[in-house]
Design a protein around this ligand. Structure first.
Ligand SMILES: O=C[C@H](O)COP(=O)(O)O
Length: 234
């Protein structure tokens, strides 16, 4: 089953995305970068809000575009997880020491934090080589995304074959798999056969495809149609 992840910037958008049928609600501040973070008190509030719903999709939260140094990432991941989200998403860049960051996050993962690595397809030439270390450190997932949102989407940086190998290798290691990066609705038919666990969207959800703008329920409905739930039983 491929699920639809919707990145939301506000509490109002959280509700809109839930009503629009998003499978995962991803708390992200798109104006603050590729992985712009909500403030911690906002994340905790979103969790409280969602817990009042009779049925609620899982919530993920990003930790911001952090420097690749263990001291910079461990505290923020722990604080974000402590807010009560279901997944914490952390971007891993080739600059700095991403391997040390992964290793430093292992204790938090072993304590139960469900950490998903965001690997930027426009920065990594071979993101797949990180996958064994992520699995070893107890990460629950790996997702390809793009860091430079103005420089073309995921499909400009990776071929279909490369994406297929990423999904296959990550899944083989027991990781959840995700694809994102300025994906458009018309990209979806080529991506569904790769069977990632989720496809992530922000830009395509917004009015005028302006990722810093407002979430457009009509655009969400079109994406929901393009990523149909019935694939679950197909
Ligand atoms: O996690 C998914 C991202 O928020 C996707 O954002 P984007 O579609 O603007 O690249």
């Amino acid at each position: 089953m491929t699920r639809l992840l919707a990145s939301v910037a506000t509490l109002d958008e959280l509700t809109l995305a839930a009503r629009g049928g998003a499978d995962i609600l991803d708390l992200k501040d798109p104006k603050a970068g590729a992985l712009g973070a909500w403030p911690l008190d906002g994340i905790a509030r979103a969790v409280r809000e969602a817990r009042r719903w009779p049925v609620r999709p899982p919530l993920s939260a990003t930790v911001g575009d952090l420097p690749m140094a263990p001291a910079a990432v461990t505290g923020r991941v722990a604080e974000t997880w402590a807010c009560g989200v279901d997944y914490v998403k952390i971007g891993l860049c080739p600059s700095g020491d991403p391997a040390a960051c992964v290793a430093a996050l292992e204790p938090e993962a072993r304590r139960g934090a469900r950490i998903v690595a965001m690997l930027f397809a426009d920065l990594w030439t071979d993101a797949n080589r990180l996958l064994p270390d992520l699995a070893q450190a107890g990460f629950v997932g790996a997702m390809l995304d793009t860091a430079g949102k103005g420089a073309g989407g995921l499909l400009r940086h990776k071929t279909n074959g490369e994406l297929a190998r990423f999904v296959e290798q990550a899944r083989g290691l027991g990781l959840l798999t995700g694809l994102a990066g300025s994906l458009r609705r018309e990209d979806v038919p080529a991506l569904l056969p790769l069977a990632p666990d989720y496809l992530g969207f922000r830009t395509a959800l917004c009015v005028g495809a302006d990722r810093g703008g407002a979430l457009d329920p009509t655009a969400l409905a079109a994406l929901r149609h393009a990523v149909p739930r019935r694939l679950a039983s197909a």
